[in-house]
Design a protein around this ligand. Structure first.
Ligand code: CA
Length: 233
């Protein structure tokens, strides 16, 4: 099995694509380049688990299918971090509001070095998540850090990657209070563009999903004025 990380690059401007591929290759990554939005899902679905991309760089303005739609669709099929390439800084706030499930946003024109640095940071974060967690099985909660799968009392929890990371972070240290800032640090490598409100909305969704499987139990507690902690009861 090839363990060199594979980056899927979806970009229709040949010059930008070539530049990014050069830098990514120099940084030691493999790349697969697609320039048409319609080709993305079929390609991702055709990969065997060992060949799925480790990270996806996704342009927004694409022929065939736009990056926003693709991001939502990819989230259903791939736990890989998605870094969106946007043309305008002002667009980022609007994109965040759409809750696409993207992990990061990079504004054009970008320096390829910056892109590689962000790619590295996201891949590192994924590696960190693969290190074993303390056993949380007392609560019936199980997290598979490689597959991004979670279950509660044997029932699958359908979480977005961000919700998964949130739950993994909180449940790794039961009883510890995390501030919103600390959670953002663990969820996003660059949270300059993410607001505290983002954490609250992910927590809300996470609670709703946990509650749908275990209505009588509460796992995530608000600590007034501070943040959140994980504890059953
Ligand atoms: Ca484009």
């Amino acid at each position: 099995m090839n363990t060199t990380p594979l980056i899927l690059l979806v970009e229709d401007e040949p010059k930008i694509a070539r530049l990014l591929e050069d830098y990514l290759h120099n940084a030691g990554y493999r790349t697969h380049h697609l320039d048409d939005g319609l080709a993305v899902l079929p390609w991702v679905q055709a990969q065997t688990p060992a060949q799925t991309p480790d990270l996806i760089l996704l342009d927004i303005m694409l022929p065939g299918r736009d990056g926003l739609t693709l991001c939502r669709e990819l989230r259903e099929h791939s736990p890989a971090p998605i870094l969106m390439l946007t043309a305008r800084m002002e667009e980022i706030d609007r994109l965040l509001g759409l809750e696409l499930g993207a992990d990061d946003y990079i504004c054009k024109p970008f320096s390829p070095r910056e892109v590689v640095a962000r790619v590295k940071a996201h891949l590192r974060r994924i590696e960190r998540l693969k290190t074993p967690l303390p056993d949380t099985s007392d609560s019936g909660l199980k997290l598979d850090l490689n597959g991004y799968r979670a279950s509660l009392d044997g029932q699958a929890l359908d979480l977005t990657p961000v919700e998964f990371r949130l739950l993994a972070t909180l449940s790794a240290q039961p009883g510890r209070v995390f501030s919103r800032d600390q959670l953002l640090d663990r969820l996003y490598d660059d949270h300059r563009v993410v607001t505290d409100r983002t954490v609250d909305s992910h927590i809300k969704n996470l609670r709703r999903k946990l509650q749908s499987l275990a209505p009588q139990r509460e796992f995530i507690h608000s600590v007034y004025g501070v943040g959140y902690r994980f504890e059953e009861g």
